[in-house]
Design a protein around this ligand. Sequence first.
Ligand SMILES: [Fe+2]
Length: 596
Amino acid sequence: MARTKSEREGEKSGVIILGINAYHGNASAAMVCDGRLVAAVEEERFNRVKYAAGFPAAAIRYCLAEAGVGIEDVDHVAIPRNPWARIGTKLLYAMRMPKFARERAKVIAKFTGIPEALREALGVEAAKIRAKFHRIEHHQAHLASTFYVSPFEQAAVLSADGLGDFASTMWATGQGRRMQVHGAIAFPHSLGMYYTALTQYLGFWKFGDEYKVMGLAAYGEPTQIEEFRRIVKSGNGKGFRLGLEYFTHHRDGPDMTWHESDKTPVLGRLFADYLTERLGPMRGVDEPVEQKHRDIAATMQARLEEVLFEMLRGLHARTKQKAVCLAGGVAFNCVANGKIFRETPFEQVYVQPAAGDAGLAVGAAFYVEHQVLGRPRKFVMEHAYWGPGFSEEQIRAAVRNSRLAEQGYRVRELAEEEAARVAAQHVADGKILGWFQGRAEWGPRALGNRSIVADARRAEMKQILNERIKHREPFRPFAPSVLEEATGEYFEMSQPSPFMTQAYPVRPEKRDVIPAPTHVDGTGRLQTVSQRANPKYWRLIREFANRTGVPVVLNTSFNDNEPIVCRPEEAIDCFLRTKMDVLAMGNVVVEKPSGD
Ligand SMILES: [Fe+2]
């Protein structure tokens, strides 16, 4: 078969591809060198604004530095947005909604300016950037972000989220270096919009609050499922449709902007008055959470699961694949993901850690690598550690500069094994440990490199963490990290879940053994930790198990209502601010003065 010009280009060795997710929530950058991911990081880790949108200048600078290349070495820049996708439908809406047309015009202007923004961010002459720019449709980038880094040679692939390039959902079959798209669901029908609209109705208005409502759902009963089957209607094997009378976004446009000052994404109200006529008044932000709110959260989650499993069963019937790869914001619904094995014929599930829009940077880059350049696959994302790392010397300097020893803290540098033993003993003694190791995690979950670790056996730990450190709503669960080899001993399923993207039932006889990270419905959003993927974190949990007989610790992200800490200085600041007991950074162990 004749090769395309792109494929001939792809045959050169050492192709360097930069993926950029810009002007969208979760701005991020990723670098793929010769078919392998080298770095991937969200801009929020640098500018310290949660879910930061805008142009990911610092993330790009980091990716170049990590790869040890300059922008002049980059062959391709992949951008996960294509303003021309579904242009007919977009124009139709633009004619009906002037505000929408203005927003689109602004977006298109911003995207056209990406080469210029890149030049400015790096402070280089235009001539220095010789890369070819590619625009990859939003959902195709989502599909690529999961399939191309999955361990599967072939799989069904599903992307489901709010809205991107005017679609909310897309499905495909992936085979080797190619994906074939079978179908998509266009605006205004969107599971993500549905979930966000109901999240707003329940009084949670911040960008990214959906996971709070998912946690709340476990406390309620799905009492209004018939009503919710009108809010999201089944589509007779063709996906789903929204009952548009409950929503506003099809009339007013999806009102997604971001504060220019701090780049925080902002989403306008998505539900119509008809929803409050049917379900009763919405919950005000400061009003108490009552049983009716819990029941609505439970119903909303139950209906999401029904629709998602219908789609997955349809996708299985069409593709006959054993494995499925998921991406898009809906793929963060770990409660639904955990039930896929039971509710659909799929036997294997893969979700990469940045399933949401940050992941688009990785997806767009791998789309260019395989689908455009036709290069063979040689990479599997087996761990999430693609962000900045710091040397022992940098850690020592940060500790020295913060004058911890002078303030009465005990500061020691230990051999690696000894540091793990000391840290594990503290956790077993009920102390709260800040655990900062290696390269930062890609995606929103701390997975043992920027984590706060506590004793899973102590039921009171949840409240202690909430009071002292995390200040979260009491209904939100904490997650367990379990040694991979002990997964089946503690959970009813033993398939690996290395990125905390699945919730499994904790075995009934183990629920009292690890009460702190067991949710009220008896499940845990677990991280399975293998020695191969994270030897240091594996060792910490192993040492904890040696002392307690329990190979499970509670793991929550190293932060306090801010993006997860990235640099040692931020870790020290968070450690002091939140009064944690122990901080282990690299081989340096810092212990709070006794009696304080
Ligand atoms: Fe998306």
